[in-house]
Design a protein around this ligand. Structure first.
Ligand code: NZQ
Ligand code: ZN
Length: 386
């Protein structure tokens, strides 16, 4: 296990009825800007619960943050925040709204000409507005990490960014706020959380016993509750376990002290930027192919995965790995996602365009040890397209 520092500052309010916790958790002196998406929070009453919790606060609202939030839309929210003199951001929605809120929180006090440079050029920031959130779609883990991913529509790119200043102050996780999710988004969320575990787990055997065992328990949990959640949309217990597992998958804990990958996410973001695939779907379409192409380097971990996550007997090592991969693909398919780009009808040219873009952006050494070069990314894409 490598040397590490771990500090996750986000306070979690978990469970039914917790939206009201925002009342006391946000100081009354703050001027709040509430951000939300395309309107799901209006239909399911979540926004009304937030409004009720803030009835002693001064607050403004900004709706219309789209999936894969765009810099362009978010800059309108930045203008509103500046006009309203907002000094606290509360995001109410899924990963896109929360990621967007983090960008707004960084952009409002930014003194430079264009806050996009924070994301693209890593222009340093010394402060951000406090941001908190009410989560309505489990999966991304953004509710308690410092990451964001936003798209610049005009430039046609989707970029990730991390800053410790952007951890939410608190996150409200009320499983009942997710009851209205359509099956497609449940599938996306389960697979996204699963792949977050994979990116931190399917690498080297590094004697990180706690991280490995915890990662395996999160994967087992997602495999168990995913189908239950689809089948019984109003079952509180499966929602609650889904929500908590997805949170734990990307709050930083299982990734400490271990080598990480993130090549599936790197290529996935390109697929979203170019072809509009949902984030979870972009991952499901290339994970198996990524494992297959990097099968030798991941051999020991794939074997551990086959034995501990799928409980397969290890008689023939290669056969066990092949079966574990087939079971993973079947799990993703059972969640309603496709496991190849061919099945999604993505154009064959993707195998040329995406490696070229990765090269241009300098993403030339993704993967556990930098082995996913643009050339290897091409092999992965070709395998998924054939
Ligand atoms: O916009 P509304 O009307 O709210 O509808 C949303 C949206 O259409 C809907 N939805 C959300 N909660 C709902 C609901 N519909 C009914 N009932 C509810 N309770 O779901 C749709 C998708 O929402 P979105 O927020 O886009 O999905 P998700 O949470 O999967 O977020 C995806 C974004 O997060 C980024 C992705 O790249 C993508 O941009 N990620 C962020 C990460 C992070 N910050 O750590 C890590 C991830 O790997 C990921 O990259
Ligand atoms: Zn993800």
């Amino acid at each position: 296990m490598h040397v590490f520092t771990y500090h996750n500052p986000t306070q979690i309010f978990f469970g039914k009825g917790q939206i009201n916790a925002a009342r006391r958790a946000i100081p009354e002196k703050n001027r709040v800007l509430v951000l939300y998406g395309g309107g799901s929070v209006k239909k399911n009453n979540v926004l009304d619960q937030v409004r009720a919790a803030l009835n002693k606060h001064t607050f403004a609202e900004f709706g219309g943050i789209e999936p894969n939030p765009s810099y362009e839309t978010l800059m309108s929210a930045v203008e509103l925040a500046r006009r309203e003199k907002s000094d606290y951001i509360l995001a109410v929605g899924g990963g896109s709204v929360i990621d967007g809120a983090k960008f707004v929180a960084a952009a409002v006090p930014f003194k430079g000409a264009d806050p996009w440079s924070i994301i693209e050029k890593h222009t340093p920031i010394s402060k951000a507005l406090p941001i908190s959130c009410v989560l309505t779609l489990p999966g991304t883990g953004t509710e308690s990490n410092g990451n964001l991913v936003i798209s610049h529509k005009e430039k046609g790119i989707k970029l990730g960014y991390y800053n410790h200043l952007l951890y939410p102050v608190f996150a409200i996780l009320d499983p009942t706020a997710t009851y209205t999710l359509p099956p497609k988004q449940i599938g996306n969320g389960i697979v996204d959380a699963f792949v977050h575990v994979v990116e931190q787990y399917m690498n080297l055997c590094e004697n990180a016993i706690v991280q490995d065992r915890y990662a395996e328990s999160l994967m087992r949990t997602l495999i168990e509750v995913g189908p239950q959640t689809l089948k019984h949309p109003l079952d509180y217990e499966s929602r609650a376990n889904f929500m908590w597992a997805a949170n734990q998958a990307l709050n930083g804990l299982i990734g400490v002290g271990v080598t990480q990958d993130w090549s599936t996410h790197g290529i996935g973001h390109e697929l979203t930027a170019l072809y509009g695939l949902d984030h979870g779907q972009s991952l499901a379409a290339i994970l198996m192919q990524n494992w297959q192409i990097n099968r030798k380097a991941k051999h020991a971990k794939l074997l551990q995965y086959a034995a501990r996550v799928w409980h397969l007997p290890i008689v023939d090592e290669e056969a066990a790995i092949t079966e574990a991969m087939a079971k993973t693909a079947a799990f993703f398919e059972s969640m309603g996602l496709k496991t190849s780009l061919k099945a999604l009808g993505v154009e064959a040219a993707a195998a040329d365009i995406i490696p070229e873009r990765l090269q241009q952006m300098g993403f030339t050494a993704l993967g556990t040890r930098g082995e996913v070069t643009p050339y290897v990314a091409r092999q992965i894409l070709l395998a998924s397209l054939e």
